[in-house]
Ligand binder design. Sequence first.
Ligand SMILES: *Cc1c(COP(=O)(O)O)cnc(C)c1O
Length: 822
Amino acid sequence: MKLLFSTLQKITSGVVLQAKFDTTITDIFIDSRNAIIKKSSLFIAIKGIRHDGHQFIEELYQKGVRNFIVEAPYQFVEQFPKANFLQVPNSTLALQQIAAKKRIGFQGKLISITGSNGKTITKEWLGQLLQGFYNVYRSPRSYNSQVGVPLALWPVSNQYDYAIIEAGISRKGEMESLEAIIKPEIGIFTNIGTAHDEGFSDLIEKTSEKAKLFKDASTIIFCTDYPEIAHALYGLENIQDKNLIGWSFDDNTSSYFVEVEERDNHTAIRLPFNENLHIFEIPFKDYASLENVTHCILCLLHEGIPSKLIQKALTDLKPVSMRLEVKQAIHQSFLVDDSYNNDLVGLDTALQFFRQQKQQQKRVIILSDLLESGLEKEELYQSVAERIKAEKLNLFIGIGPDISANADLFPEQSIFFDSTEEFLETLRENPIKEAVILIKGARTFRFERIAKLLEQKVHGTVLEINLNALTHNLNFYRSKLRPHVKTMAMVKAFAYGSGSHEIANWLQFQQVDYLAVAYADEGVALRERGIHIPIMVMNPTRESFDLLLQHNLEPELYSFEILTDFINYSRPLTKKAKVHIKLDTGMHRLGFEAEEIDDLIELLLKNTHIKVASIFSHLAASDEARHNGFSARQALNFKHMAEAIKKALNYHPLMHILNSPGISRFPDFQFDMVRLGVGMYGVDATSMHQDRLMTVSSLKTVVSQVKHVKKRESIGYARRGLAENDMKIATIAIGYADGFDRKFSNGVGKVLINGQLAPVIGNVCMDMTMVDVTDIICNAGDVVTVYGEKPTIFDMAESIDTIPYEILTNVSTRVKRVFYSE
Ligand SMILES: *Cc1c(COP(=O)(O)O)cnc(C)c1O
């Protein structure tokens, strides 16, 4: 169904502020960073808590966007004489109304999935399985929110036989609006757990809120082993008219009792459907996968697909890599490896992530034929080429007969290969250097071979950084700030161990106002990797002034000595140099003291070629309630001292004193900016909000070997580990040189292997450690979690009597960092 700009007014009950031309709307976007610049694309300006889409209208107009939906009251239309403007009372609602209209026009079947976990995987698998028989659309990644669902529905068209849409909510009342847009015919309720509980009074309320998605669905598939789900569904009106497929792993009296039998390298399940017993072999063993796949199988059986064909499709089912990762590649390159479904929607999400990677200027995309069954080839590659052209690449590499046949559609800097093998040969001889590279290939092209060639080889220990969790935590702290309070994100010490420029790049994309590093070198490294937002350097030295000025880095100045040095050094400059004045209010580390303020003012007034960008201080004990009085006095002293300087200067430097625990505990001391550190990395030093933060970094390694050790034998150096009985041990590939402290020796440290904790036995070695796995099923190659969701950084820190900060920053630089975004 086509929507004209002129029809949007009726759909949204808005007011046309300006209509310059009419056009069919081809694209909708709400994030200016993912702008689709076409005369037929529509930008919907949404007001968020921290960001207001209206601020980007001018920029987008300059770039060529010509259709806007704005929220009332909007008064700037005259500045944009060539554009169409529709004003609505609520632009999120308008987006939803437009999506609902699209939905009505869809004649295929709509399947919608909700639940606590497994939504995205179930959606992906169901999509993979159905694709063998039909044209299937599925919402991209986890587009499941109040704005995500309408954006996901926008591309749905009648080329598709099925659309699978995921829906997630985080508070009461949200599902009603999603239901009104999605209107599913078939529903899958995956499971219910405790995630996102803040928005609901209890589990029962949360479950019944989610169940509202299926108000008008005719079939609902769910697992009765979660009694809350069955209970919630029975609370729906007209439940007796619905076809309920409630299956169980546990209850053998259930009419959909699913019997599980573990085989060598797969699992067999037996389930009754339509009076027949069906047996399937599933290439997974873990409970979560079995649950997800059972939902899919029941859905396929319900759609009348013969079990023989289902079995065939199941054999090809692959674990879904849900994440987009940036990895370090050889020749100073960075690799975004996306093995996600290679259709247009998948391509869009990959490009979006790719665009955010600014580590190198040179940009390369390697793309295979697309598996988009809904479009004519010519039309399909036209759309692909349009997207590729918009990326302004240095090199595009197309692999496969179809994309090669359409080579003339692509930009000049393109080369084409018929097969992955041909390309690999060329790549071995002519490596790609110093570039950000996106590889995206349909499964049959086996692009993992390209990834393997490009990736930097490392030993088996990696620090995984979840960028979405970082954003979540950042936004959690931002939500505590008054409007207009800025955020300085601390990326010192290799971003608390997480990897500096990758994190800085991501934070820049998340629009933090400032970054702070400890040393000039760290700042320079960020500038060289495309970080352009302001950076404060906390420990400048005289020797580094040149670097600072060259790279537009702003020093923290804390004494007359360093201030005078800097004043003299920067005097000949034509441009004012920005500096940050540090005050000592009780930490007694660095900073000017109260009795020095008058002289400081005098010096600053005499030297107007330096500009004070901010005045700040640091709380010594912001995390501890017993020092509240002290913290308050620090803040008060800071206020007096800083305001005296400000008054004399006659301009307005930013004032700031709070670090992460301070943000949690002292909303009154926010001043103009806060300095967010450890909290963003997932650690609440006050423990007040730990359950609201997400885990950002997980340190993982692998089992190198499993051994059986006889009673009374010893294990490791100095024979410190002793087998009191016959035991099984695993040697894992991490040691104190990786940052796994030697204090974890002899049972102090515990790591997670296949869901169970294994204590360290004997002394931690330089590159390896032995752990007791007598009661754990494990093999060489199994993944070992040193810290992450479990054990947590807190558990680790506590066991060796230190603080989480030290655990975070101790991870050695030889451990590879892998960044991903879900
Ligand atoms: C490290 C640091 C912070 C951040 O502290 P967190 O406790 O990690 O939030 C803030 N200000 C200064 C001066 C710092 O050195």
